[in-house]
Write a new protein. Structure first.
Length: 280
């Protein structure tokens, strides 16, 4: 399997798998979940729904039929078997699935969620897809072929970020698990006109790829949140690297944080701020 094997036809089949899954497994439950269809995982805000599990099964089965030798890594499967994610480090070919990215939003009736899918070869993403079920539109990228925004009506636009234009806006999660990190980025709020958090990596990366925000900081680097997104952003002209050592993002890394910015120059400036000594 090489990047050239992710042909236009194969990419189209993956898009159709995700679109059909959204239509049949995700949207029918949106704003109609009852208590039996919603449970928690690690905390009361870490949710999983009946739609998450059904959607992951459907995508895994269909994508697995396209790539019979691939390791299938879904967020819910990893929740049941944490050792599954560790196998990404040695997998020649893998498909990574987030069946509903932004489950908290979805479960609360907020139409800000999506489906993420990545095809990974030897630890490097060669195809990425973020789909918005509500609008039936998506952004997709093949390694070396650019990032494109598309919709059900046939609209297609290549996304290219202007590194010189700044929006004075960025994305930082409001619920960082490492409390010590909060003091390190708090000063950024004063430097930017808009600091936000969507609770959905699908739409975070969408805003990045559209050039609507200047940067995104991710404290956690779970592969279903970032494997597709980093490719989508880089193919649109953006830049992302691990904050600790400046190394490229790889799906097997779990140590974080990850910083994405519209140019290497901005990334360097932001890295200095995020890593500044913590105030006493």
């Amino acid at each position: 399997m090489t990047p050239s094997r992710i042909t236009t036809d194969i990419a189209g089949q993956l898009v159709q798998i995700v679109r059909e899954t959204a239509r049949h497994e995700i949207l029918p439950h949106f704003r109609s979940l009852d208590a039996s269809g919603l449970t928690t995982k690690t905390s009361q805000n870490d949710l999983v729904t009946i739609a998450d599990r059904a959607a992951e099964r459907r995508i895994a089965d269909a994508a697995g039929a396209l790539f019979p030798t691939a390791l299938i890594v879904g967020e819910e499967a990893v929740s049941d078997d944490p050792d599954l994610a560790a196998r990404l480090a040695d997998a020649e070919l893998a498909i990574i699935i987030d069946p509903i990215d932004g489950t908290w939003n979805y479960a609360r009736g907020l139409p800000l969620f999506g489906v993420n899918l990545a095809v990974v070869e030897d630890g490097k993403t060669i195809f990425g897809l973020h789909h918005d079920p509500v609008t039936d539109s998506w952004i997709e990228a093949r390694l070396g072929a650019g990032t494109h925004r598309r919709d059900a009506a046939g609209y297609r636009q290549r996304l290219l970020i202007d590194a010189e234009v700044t929006t004075s806006a960025g994305l930082i999660p409001t619920a960082l698990p490492r409390r010590a990190g909060r003091a390190r980025w708090a000063s950024l709020v004063a430097d930017y006109e808009r600091i936000g958090a969507l609770g959905c990596s699908c739409h975070d990366y969408w805003l990045l790829a559209e050039g609507a925000v200047d940067f995104m900081f991710a404290d956690q680097v779970r592969p279903w949140d970032h494997a597709a997104g980093v490719l989508l952003y880089s193919e649109a002209g953006g830049y992302g690297a691990m904050l600790s050592d400046g190394a490229p993002y790889l799906v097997a890394r779990r140590d974080g944080p990850l910083l994405c910015a519209r140019s290497p120059r901005l990334w360097d400036a932001l890295r200095d701020k995020f890593l500044m000594p913590q105030a006493a």
